[in-house]
Design a protein around this ligand. Structure first.
Ligand code: SAM
Length: 299
């Protein structure tokens, strides 16, 4: 098995906000390779426990190996964090001290050619975080109508040329389905007139398709109220996002619950999102777009 390559972002900042030294139960809703989860377990007292949730069996295998030294203080559930309330209920987890969501894809997933996330490698157009999910990127590209494709590419990719790209996709697939990452990347580059700036012309379209394939904005919107309900007094929800639309969802949800909470009171721990330091940026360029926000359930 290829080794799992992923550098956890905003590690020190996440540990300061989660403050695992307090002890109790922690939930990592995006376990990935287990980097943040191991840091929580390393800092938390022996009596504390971590529940990790993850969609991707490859990530689960990697995390299980990383967390093994902390057995039996952790358990891993394969599932979608959108179902965090149900997963925690079934695992007997309640009154949580800290929840972490580090959303999106890991570097490992991006860099595994056959997962189809990257235009850098020729592969089938897949992009599913959960390899058993019913809809992959090829399905969207080859069956959605032109308006829906343009909407996805515009909304999730913030791509101004979305209509031109959607039009070309629909014209192209009339002769043969578009089945590979490189075919799609070439088509997008063509639609954009071969212009090359600092980033590859297909970057925004690929990001948009990934978000659509995995319903990433919907699951984030769903999980926030569920996660807030799971917190014990003093418990904290920490969310790291990589996309302005995701950060907006987190920002508004946190702001609204602080303004409205009459029965359950919450307070913001981050007035502005935390971002990577210069040192982290230099060491891990992927941290460039990371934004972290945190909220506490006061009681
Ligand atoms: C950025 S990585 C997390 C890395 C991790 N924090 C670490 O330090 O190793 C995000 C992970 O979340 C998983 N993921 C994304 N959306 C998910 C969802 N809705 N439910 C469960 N896991 C999800 C992805 O498969 C990926 O492994």
């Amino acid at each position: 098995m290829q080794t799992f390559q992923h550098t956890s972002v905003l590690m020190d900042e996440a540990m300061t906000l989660l403050d695992p030294q307090r002890g109790g139960v922690y939930v990592d809703g995006t376990l990935g390779g287990g980097g943040h989860a191991a840091a929580v377990l390393a800092r938390a007292p022996q009596s504390s426990h971590l529940l990790g949730i993850e969609l991707d069996p490859a990530a689960i295998a990697a995390a299980d190996a990383v967390l093994a030294p902390y057995a039996p203080r952790y358990q891993i559930v394969r599932g979608n964090y959108a179902d965090m309330a149900g997963i925690c209920r079934r695992a007997g987890v309640d009154g949580v001290a800290g929840i972490l969501l580090d959303i999106g894809v890991s570097s490992h997933q991006l860099d595994t050619p056959e997962r189809g996330f990257s235009f850098k490698f020729p592969a089938a157009l897949d992009m599913r975080l959960d390899p058993d999910a019913p809809v992959d990127a090829a399905h969207i590209v080859n069956t959605y109508n032109e308006v829906d494709l343009a909407d996805i590419i515009f909304r999730y990719g913030e791509e101004r040329a979305s209509r031109r790209i959607a039009k070309l996709i629909v014209a192209q697939r009339k002769s043969a389905p578009i089945t590979t990452t490189t075919e799609l990347a070439d088509l997008v580059a063509h639609a954009l007139g071969g212009k090359r700036g600092k980033i590859h012309p297909a970057t925004r379209t690929f990001q948009a398709l990934r978000i659509a394939v995995n319903g990433e904005l919907d699951v984030l919107t769903t999980v926030i109220p569920a996660a807030l309900e799971l917190l014990a007094p003093g418990g904290r929800l920490v969310i790291i996002s990589f996309h302005s639309l995701e950060d907006r969802i987190v920002k508004h949800a946190f702001r609204d619950v602080c303004a409205q909470s009459l029965v359950r009171r919450y307070r913001l721990l981050t007035k502005h999102p935390l971002t990577a330091s210069d040192a982290e940026l230099a060491a891990n360029p992927r941290s460039r777009s990371a934004k972290m926000r945190a909220i506490e359930y006061v009681g």
